[in-house]
Write a protein that binds this ligand. Structure first.
Ligand code: PLP
Length: 365
């Protein structure tokens, strides 16, 4: 029987398509008629390796990843990449970082620790702090380095709801944290040196992180880089230097199947735009709700909004929960509410949210 699945607007771990969970449930105890679960088999078995190859092939096809890029399925979360990136790529050089919110802020802070230890130089080209991360400083005001080893930015700031849709045009290889926007809209992978994304938003369960890296960026790691964080080593070992997050990897493959069945990234992007338009329109049509992000940077995945009267916050959360709309509480750094509307959140769920918001305003305004 299908479980009672409620609209879940969690920022992450986030909702996973019901059809994916049902498929996983069907084969949980008896995978491929083997009398055991996929999580109980060796990651080196032929059957499991086939799963990983299939998942990689599907991701390559969904994102149209060129052949000169490696795709790694690693552990440690997106946060571990904040360390892995300088340890792999900074070596004695200079790196540029754009700060547009909490996550890119954490990335530059971690990189600076290695710079302080003598690994190289880390240059924050600009920060949107003065706008409380509701806007991105104009590129003409960035202090871009002549010779950076890479340029790091966060394509979608999950907490601040700020998304950079067009990759910055800089000479250095671009590195993008796409944890909360990967697979939500078509992108041209060839514009990037590296893309990374934690799985727990648009890919599947936590515990898995995907790194897509251009081959010429491999082989430059500092001698201090832990072996497990060394991209070249992991590429050589097919992401199996040690035991990978086998179940998360398997489930990611099922999500890729699901996304293919939805028509792929181009098709889901259309739905994502409709969802975001509906929600922002509702917010903009009322003086009861507000979203502070500059319109051109409004995220289509994470929509923070405040109530004009913040004393109603608790009531909003209690009533929305009673209406079966879950996890709308905003991040403590921003306050108010946040609706995360990743790929697995349907237009129907967003319509329910919007209907609730309009009714709530009528009742309480
Ligand atoms: N980067 C972004 C954009 C995120 O949204 C998150 C988590 O929500 C992270 C990095 C950190 O991910 P993790 O908790 O997997 O380390």
């Amino acid at each position: 029987a299908t479980a009672n699945r409620v609209p879940n607007f969690s920022a992450g771990p986030a909702t996973i398509p019901t059809a994916v969970l049902e498929r996983a449930q069907n084969e949980l105890l008896d995978w491929q008629g083997r009398g055991m679960s996929v999580m109980e088999v060796s990651h080196r078995s032929k059957e499991y390796v086939a799963i990983t190859e299939d998942a990689e092939a599907k991701l390559r096809s969904l994102m149209d990843i060129p052949d000169n890029y490696k795709v790694l399925f690693l552990q440690g979360g997106a946060s571990l990449q904040f360390s892995a990136i300088p340890l792999n790529l900074l070596k004695d050089g200079r790196a540029d970082y754009l700060t547009t919110g909490a996550w890119s802020g954490k990335a530059v802070k971690e990189a600076k620790r290695y710079a302080d230890l003598g690994l190289g130089t880390v240059n924050e080209v600009a920060t949107g702090k003065d706008s409380n991360f509701t806007d991105v400083p104009a590129q003409s005001d960035w202090s871009v380095s002549e010779d950076a080893a890479y340029f790091h930015y966060c394509a979608n700031e999950t907490i601040h709801g700020l998304q950079i849709f067009e990759p910055p045009q800089v000479n250095a290889p671009l590195i993008a944290d796409m944890s909360s926007c990967i697979l939500s809209q078509p992108i041209d992978v060839s514009k990037f040196g590296m893309i990374y994304a934690g799985a727990q938003k648009n890919i599947g369960p936590a515990g898995l992180i995907i790194v897509i890296i251009r081959e010429d960026l491999l082989g430059q790691a500092s001698e201090w880089c832990p072996l497990l964080m060394n991209y070249e080593h992991q590429a050589e070992k097919e992401s199996m230097s040690n035991t990978p997050a086998t179940y998360s990897w398997y489930l990611a493959g099922l999500v890729f199947d699901w996304l293919e069945a939805q028509g792929g990234v181009e098709a889901i992007y259309k739905v994502n735009q409709q969802k975001a338009d509906l929600l922002y329109q509702t917010i903009d049509d009322s003086s009861f709700y507000n979203n502070p992000v500059a319109p051109e940077y409004r995220s289509i995945m994470n929509v923070p909004f405040t109530l004009a009267d913040s004393s109603l916050d608790k009531v909003f959360l209690a009533e929305s929960e009673a209406a079966g709309l879950m996890n709308l509480k905003g991040h403590r750094d921003v306050g108010g509410m946040r609706a995360s509307i990743y790929n697995a959140v349907s237009l129907e769920w967003v319509q329910k949210l919007v209907d609730f918001m309009i009714a709530f305003e009528k009742k309480h305004a």
